[in-house]
Ligand binder design. Structure first.
Ligand code: GLU
Length: 306
């Protein structure tokens, strides 16, 4: 099985590498503008632990919104189903940083992967943890068996200097009473959380717990329950790609999450997790070559959740 996937990944990588590298790098976070747009890496980790990668798969990049899946997992583990009183589970059909629907839904974000929803999740973590910044990182290091993982202060500081829209979102939600802590503290943690860096290899390994019913693949330790894992995967399928989530499900057929750093992680339950990184984003904010490559992987393997 593993060698079959290796051939598929190589075939997809070699094809995509020759494609015109369309799209634009995200520059609204100044530090992200310095990334070499030609980077392309992909890494797959199977739940039996076998893994392989190609291209720039061992280079660290800013995983940005992909970290929202991990903060959701921690908050869901801590507060359980009460979480859904603070954030909904519906696709939004609006941009990731939109303020629009918050007015109509009285400060309840449509889902935990929009910036507004992820900010509420950060607020929940701050309420339940002594030091959310430290304990969230510890949680990710533990579930991935990667104690070397860190935030990027450079990226976080860059966003803290310029993230007016996210600050507006946080203050706006606070005005409806759905942020319990001080907005400055919440948004500070949100920017730190988004600054987490990983290589494609580390990212694919980190997400294997969601391909393994909520359990670590190394020692079968339970991170979250099977039900919670199923629900997080469902949210990734319906809300993981901004206002292009339908298109990703249509073309790739797997749950996943993208970030404005150009990363995408996707997983096939009971099989594997794949991380791909190519910084140029399409008009919806998803990695252009990343989506193409993943579409080829499920087309060539003839396997998807559908
Ligand atoms: N930190 C980024 C922001 O809030 C995350 C966006 C993303 O990756 O979608 O704008």
């Amino acid at each position: 099985m593993a060698s079959h996937y290796k051939d598929i990944l190589e075939k997809a990588y070699n094809k995509i590498h020759l494609l015109e590298n369309e799209g634009e790098i995200a520059t609204y976070i100044p530090e992200l503008a310095n990334i070499d747009p030609s980077k392309l890496g992909v890494h797959m980790t199977n739940i039996d632990g076998s893994n392989f990668g190609i291209g720039d798969h061992l280079e660290k990049f800013s995983i940005q919104s992909i970290a929202k899946v991990l903060s959701l997992a921690l908050a869901y583990k801590i507060v359980g189903e009460d979480l859904w009183e603070r954030v909904d589970v519906e696709p939004s059909g609006t941009k990731f940083d939109s303020l629009l629907l918050l007015e109509s839904y009285k400060g309840i974000p449509r889902n935990p992967f929009m910036n507004s929803g992820a900010i509420v999740i950060c607020d929940i973590l701050i309420s339940h943890l002594d030091n959310a910044k430290v304990e969230f990182l510890d949680f990710v290091r533990d579930l991935s068996d990667l104690p070397e993982l860190t935030y990027s202060d450079k990226i976080a500081d860059s966003e803290k200097r310029t993230g007016y829209r996210n600050m507006a979102l946080c203050n706006f939600i606070k005005s409806f009473g759905n942020i319990k802590n001080e907005p400055a503290e919440v948004i500070d943690f949100y920017f730190d959380m988004c600054s987490l860096e990983m290589t494609c290899q580390q990212l694919s390994k980190t997400f294997t717990f969601l391909a393994n019913n909520g359990h670590k693949i190394s020692d079968d330790k339970k991170i979250i329950s099977k039900t919670k894992s199923k629900r997080i995967n469902a949210l990734m399928l319906t809300c993981g790609f901004y206002d292009e989530s339908g298109e990703f499900a249509f073309r790739v057929g797997l749950p996943g999450k993208s970030g404005v750093g150009g990363g995408i992680v996707t997983l096939y339950p009971n099989n594997y997790a794949i991380a791909v990184w190519s910084p140029k984003l399409n008009e919806h904010g998803n990695s252009f070559r990343g989506m193409e490559l993943l579409e080829d992987v499920t087309t060539y393997s003839e396997l998807s959740i559908f």
